[in-house]
Design a binder for this molecule. Structure first.
Ligand code: ADP
Ligand code: 5GP
Length: 213
């Protein structure tokens, strides 16, 4: 029987909710997950590495990627482009690897259109104040950029009900464990096991219905 395809796991949440921290914790604890590296036109933050955290590209290059259909989805977010390269996602899913996309809400909804079996998980902070504290504490944006991201969070909050799951990132270890268990459970969904179910049904029919005992 051919190997089952990998799961496409979309992780979204407000900037500062802790998505990046949580996903790295998850991947450190389980090397079978692969994180898709997005392309972006935003400038690297201190410590960010091209090809590991993002593919940092110019606006011209990004627009060329759009024109050449190299992206599964893309969005303009707080004055910069962000997009998911198509080839990595398709190759890894074909190999049977679970692929994580850490993307914002509009992109997540586009993924659902193209990949109806993808699972969409929303990472929430315990409360609004904690979100602000985390963004400030990260110290990677100016005050104005933080205000823009918090405004965007308030606007984005109305899309939360479109997600399949909501996971509160309060204690990091607990949240990472919950995320892992959630993905494991997704593998048991019937839509990911149809090939097995069909083969078992064929066997049962062949052995117990059509042949002499
Ligand atoms: P995002 O990727 O969602 O924008 P980050 O992963 O960069 O968010 O996290 C934002 C800040 O919050 C970082 O400084 C990170 O260390 C901190 N953080 C993330 N998760 C937690 C948590 N569970 N408890 C406390 N601080 C956290
Ligand atoms: P940041 O600038 O903080 O790294 O990311 C800003 C927002 O863009 C985050 O919500 C992040 O999840 C989202 N993002 C990162 N890569 C992509 C992508 O490829 N597509 C979409 N739609 N959003 C992305």
């Amino acid at each position: 029987m051919s190997k089952a395809k990998g799961l496409l796991v979309v992780v979204s949440g407000f900037s500062g909710a802790g998505k990046g921290t949580l996903i790295h914790k998850l991947i450190d604890g389980n090397s079978t997950y692969r994180l898709s590296v997005s392309a972006t036109t935003r400038a690297p933050r201190p410590g960010e590495v091209n090809g590991r955290d993002y593919f940092f590209v110019t606006k011209d290059r990004f627009e060329q990627m759009i024109a050449q259909r190299e992206l599964v989805e893309y969005v303009s977010y707080v004055n910069n482009y962000y997009g998911t390269p198509k080839r990595f996602v398709e190759t890894e899913l074909e190999k049977g690897t679970d692929v994580l996309l850490e993307i914002e809400i509009q992109g997540a909804l586009k993924i659902r259109e193209h990949f109806p079996e993808a699972v969409l998980i929303f990472i929430a902070p315990p409360d609004a104040k904690t979100l602000r504290t985390r963004l400030l504490g990260r110290g990677t944006e100016t005050r104005e950029q933080i205000s823009a991201r918090l405004c965007r969070a308030a606007e984005e909050s109305r899309w939360m009900p479109d997600y399949d799951y909501l996971l509160v990132n309060d204690d990091l270890d607990t949240a990472a464990e919950e995320l892992h268990r959630l993905i494991c459970a997704q593998h048991l969904r019937m839509c990911h096991n149809r090939a097995f179910a069909d083969a078992l049904r064929d066997d049962l029919t062949r052995y117990f219905l059509k042949e002499e005992p």
